[in-house]
Design a protein around this ligand. Sequence first.
Ligand SMILES: NC(=O)c1ccc[n+]([C@@H]2O[C@H](COP(=O)([O-])OP(=O)(O)OC[C@H]3O[C@@H](n4cnc5c(N)ncnc54)[C@H](OP(=O)(O)O)[C@@H]3O)[C@@H](O)[C@H]2O)c1
Length: 224
Amino acid sequence: MKTALITGASRGLGRALADELARDGWSLVVDARDPDALRAAAAGLGPSVTAIAGDVADPAHRAALARAAGGGLDLLVNNASALGTTPLPRLADQPIGDLAAAYATNVLAPLALIQAVLPALRERRGAILNITSDAAVENYPTWGGYGSSKAALEQLSNVLAAEEPDLAVWWADPGEMRTDMLRAAGEDADAAPPPEEAAAALRRLIGDRRPSGRYRAFDLAGPR
Ligand SMILES: NC(=O)c1ccc[n+]([C@@H]2O[C@H](COP(=O)([O-])OP(=O)(O)OC[C@H]3O[C@@H](n4cnc5c(N)ncnc54)[C@H](OP(=O)(O)O)[C@@H]3O)[C@@H](O)[C@H]2O)c1
């Protein structure tokens, strides 16, 4: 049975992706900070799910996730993410402490989790999917803090892909989704498509084991 570790799987894209993989028979390790929401989400993911509540920025929590993933891992999805200061400030007004915390969640935690599970991924010639954003490459005013953290995640993915040729390393922009995060950013989330659409597109990336690189869910989407 294939095993995936997905961060931030109690709602939104992480949960939708966990649903996709559970339907395909994957064994899952999932997390989120709110234990009740995580427990409720995990209950719908079938029998092969291990749910561990915690913050990806916490080294002890990451160690617990890596232990649960075990000696062989087929897929790591770094999905959990922080917006940082809301309402989103212009860079001139960006509180640096908030930005450091967002970088800890969006850049340093994913890299540390990759480091923790790399031996298990190499064992299975597995894959890493880092969820980024169009904000990593576009210059939307007020998105510079969050966007620069996603740009950092993209470039470390890019270098990792060169350093680990036996793994597939994908960094993917899911596009706008009707989730709490988009709502918290002050955008019209109700006008965006549900995260299930991006999850179905990303499932193709995983199922086809596309080459390492940057992908957009929009380009991967098609008839199911
Ligand atoms: N929504 C969009 O339009 C959009 C667009 C481009 C990219 N993205 C990216 O897509 C990914 C998923 O976003 P989403 O919209 O699905 O967000 P969401 O609905 O807010 O869900 C985020 C999930 O991550 C968990 N989480 C957040 N911080 C965490 C932490 N520090 N440690 C562990 N779990 C944490 C949340 O649970 P807890 O709060 O209980 O921890 C929740 O399960 C993110 O990487 C985001 O940057 C989203």
